[in-house]
Write a protein that binds this ligand. Structure first.
Ligand code: C2G
Length: 130
């Protein structure tokens, strides 16, 4: 059976995160999830996640269908992670459509439609307004 890999921050875990992990887990027998580190978020998004990397890894590791989590410390290390975990399928949401196509020499690349109208940013805005 196949090893599926996906990556993300999974901050303030929500239904969009659950949906993509559940869909990814149906593609193979093993689902490995790379959790973007706090440092990577600060560098790429100029904002620290609400939940720490330890908390985000603890949450995602307990989601049904997730076999293993690891810390994604660099966006440039993706090919290395794909090889390290012997991934046969890379899953990402379609906000990343096309941007991982060059990994198709290493594994199958699949983009799933994002769950509409939910994001960590929108949740932060809603909570701020309370
Ligand atoms: N997602 C989704 N629907 C939403 C929100 C998110 O399907 N409404 C998906 C995203 O497309 C992504 C995953 O959930 O595949 C995690 O989302 P983020 O935490 O926002 O991940 P991101 O910071 O984009 O990942 O190497 C990539 C990096 O780790 C960045």
């Amino acid at each position: 059976s196949k090893t599926v890999i996906t990556f993300g921050t999974f901050d303030v875990f929500h239904i969009g995160h659950l949906n993509i992990l559940q869909r990814a887990s149906t593609l193979g027998g093993r689902l490995v999830v790379g959790i973007s580190s706090d440092a990577l978020n600060i560098e790429k998004k100029q904002r620290a996640p609400v939940y720490s990397q330890q908390e985000r890894m603890a949450i995602v590791s307990q989601i049904k269908g997730v076999s293993e989590v690891f810390l994604e410390e660099s966006l440039e290390a993706k090919a290395g992670y794909l090889r390290q975990y012997q991934a046969q399928i890379l899953v990402m949401g379609d906000d990343w459509k096309g941007r991982f196509d060059h990994f198709s020499d290493l594994c199958e690349v699949v983009y799933f439609a994002r769950t509409p109208s939910v994001s960590t940013t929108s949740i932060i805005e809603v909570v701020k307004a309370i």
